[in-house]
Design a protein around this ligand. Structure first.
Ligand code: PLP
Length: 351
């Protein structure tokens, strides 16, 4: 089912953002690089070292490749310094401090809450169900006219599961603000990305990242897919050169070799399955949760104790016990075959 066509993004954008005139950089004002031109407009050092020029503020080459890959228009893409920057831009564009609110569904990624606090925006929390699915009615009932954003992390961090498509669809149809689906782990999942549904839902924003499956956490590249209207609004407030030249180059190189990316992803998924099997043999592990991501969440008898014992054996995992519904849980990231062996051996020695 498609979203009612009554949706109007201009009803959601902050007034100061709607009226602001964006900064226009030298590279915005003149970009016909094909001609034989001398660029004396941006106060750069003219001596070529590969990065003496400002980067393309619109990252056109990178967007063109991504647009083809994801079957969207370049105008439906915004790139940022990690998805964390992208998420912050979404807050700043749509959430009026002290007035608006967002809805998050814990246990989930901690940045939504931190960004809400930094932007002085109320964070309304609705716990996931026991099997870590969104509770649709409760979530929609939590919304009022100032609810601008609903964050759905699918596959969810730290639980690992993807949310059911039916739940997500009901939320997209029932929520009057923007629904942000954080797909940081989508490449490890079997279900299809919601990017393919952008034309059905004018209130949908999908974020992805090169930090996980693509193995480029160090370059900081986050991606936002949405309608052209939403992207145009975010573009008004982003810093002109928010994605640096080195990042753009490394991202292009990596995306040009998708078979290498896919190979690593399938290795990680295979390792994940082996890890789940091995965890099932560990006597202090009580429950292993289904995962569509590159990590496994498991409930143990005593998370603090097991965490410390693993550290003693040289293996650092994440204790997620402070998160609601995640009492006594550890989150294991899938490593290389050698790293996973070390983890499994350490777990066996503890037993
Ligand atoms: C790791 C992660 C990200 C990635 O953020 P970047 O800033 O792109 O590195 C985003 N969302 C979730 C849920 C994550 O776990």
């Amino acid at each position: 089912m498609m979203k009612a066509i009554t949706f109007n993004i201009n009803d959601l954008v902050r007034e100061n953002v709607a009226t602001l005139k964006p900064y226009s950089s030298a590279r915005d004002e003149f970009k016909d690089f094909d001609k034989d031109m001398v660029f004396l407009d941006a106060n750069e050092n003219p001596f070529d070292n590969g990065v003496n020029r400002y980067p393309d503020p619109q990252q056109r080459d990178l967007k063109e490749v991504l647009a083809k890959q994801k079957r969207v228009y370049s105008g439906q893409i915004l790139l940022g310094n990690g998805s964390d920057e992208v998420l912050d831009l979404i807050f700043r564009a749509f959430c009026e401090p002290k007035v608006d609110n967002i809805i998050t569904l814990p246990p989930t990624y901690g940045m939504y809450k931190v960004l809400a606090a930094t932007n002085d925006v109320e964070n309304r929390e609705v716990l996931l169900s026991k099997d870590f699915e969104p509770r649709v009615e409760e979530t929609l009932n939590m919304a009022n006219k100032n609810s601008k954003l609903l964050f759905l992390c699918s596959p969810n961090n730290p639980t690992g599961n993807s949310f059911s498509a039916v739940c997500i669809q009901r939320l997209l149809n029932g929520f009057n603000g923007l629904v942000v689906i954080d797909e940081a782990y989508i490449d490890f999942a079997e279900n299809e990305s919601w990017v393919s549904k952008l034309s059905d839902y004018p209130n949908l924003i999908v974020t992805q990242t090169l930090s996980k499956a693509y193995g480029l956490a160090g370059i900081r590249l986050g991606i936002c897919y949405a309608s052209k209207e939403i992207i145009a609004i975010l573009n008004k407030i982003k810093a002109p050169y928010n994605v640096n030249e080195l990042t753009q180059q490394r991202a292009l190189e990596r995306i040009a070799d998708m078979s290498a990316v896919r190979k690593e992803v399938s290795k990680i998924i295979k390792e994940r399955e082996g890890l789940v099997k091995a965890l099932q043999e560990v006597n202090f592990i009580e429950e292993i949760f289904p995962t569509d991501a590159n990590f496994v969440l498991a409930r143990v008898d005593d998370a603090n104790k097991r965490y410390e014992q693993l550290v003693q054996k040289g293996v650092v995992v994440r204790n997620r016990s402070t998160q609601p519904l995640c009492e006594q849980t550890l989150r294991f990231t899938v490593g290389t075959p050698e790293e996973n062996k070390r983890l499994i051996n350490a777990l066996k020695e503890i037993v």
